[in-house]
Design a protein around this ligand. Sequence first.
Ligand code: ADP
Ligand code: MG
Length: 328
Amino acid sequence: MEGEKLSAVRIAVREAPFRQFLGRREPSIVEFPPWGDGKSLVVEQNEFHFDHAFPSTVGQDEMYQTLILPLVEKFLQGYQCTALAYGQTGTGKSYSMGMASPDKKPEHLGVLPRCLGDILDHVSAKQENQEDTTQVYASFIEIYNEKAYDLLGSQPHVPTVASRCQSCTCLPLSSQKDLQTLLQLGTRNRRVRPTNLNASSSRSHAVVTIHARNSTFHSRMNVVDLAGSEGVRRTGNEGVARQEGVNINLGLLSINKVVMSMAAGHSVIPYRDSVLTTVLQESLTAQSFLTFLACISPHRCDLSETLSTLRFGTSAKKLRLAPMQVAR
Ligand code: ADP
Ligand code: MG
């Protein structure tokens, strides 16, 4: 990445493979035109342009190398970084972010284990060459119905104060095994509510934060797996579940608002509008790096969700983390 400046906010789209249970073979509604240069896609004559557009044939390694590795490089330089997957349930958010269970073939490994691998390689190389005391550790937080839960803590089902999540329980990470132990422990403590779309879909946001800290710096890599963004009516939920639907989108919209008010140079940034932005507060500053991965479905029956996911991505394209230049 040397010599190349990384944009502080980047947006990518990833098309999921066909879901088996729909059975029928149908062409994907998502087209990747050859003139698109790997950045454009067309859905029902609507053209979208992002930093990267990954068809379903793109594997985990390519997605990681293209989209996430530049972020890891910033993390290793001491910056606060966030990779955030959003989109409808079943479109590969958890798969992409590597939140799922460990017994996977290497080619299926997602963002988290790949990040940790590169971070640990870097730290151990530095430790061999010189006196370095960098510690690598991580926390795992769930946000459910606008409440934060410390999934690694002794009381994972009791909400914690979101602004104190920076001091949530952390476990040291010195190997992939440590990460898998952490994910298993946290996942066991998550709340799962079945919806019509996916029996084991999670209705909550998951935030795993890898920290690297020594006497001179403390950087964070937040890997965020957002709850499904599908509309409330479609998932057939009512009552408490309906309230969840509202809160699910609140987090995403609040990130937009926070970044927009920073760009506009406002003195008060609305971090407290949502628990997600409160939890991520220290990583949403003018010196941070933020990457969105919009996960979309190839199925025609999901068209309206796909379009709204892409439209959110288009609105996020306007985001700038550094304050705007004042026009002379
Ligand atoms: P979400 O978290 O968005 O609800 P998941 O990550 O659980 O979706 O993905 C749904 C299913 O599809 C999982 O079984 C997952 O392993 C599979 N899947 C998603 N994306 C891919 C992909 N690019 N390649 C292979 N399998 C995938
Ligand atoms: Mg998921």
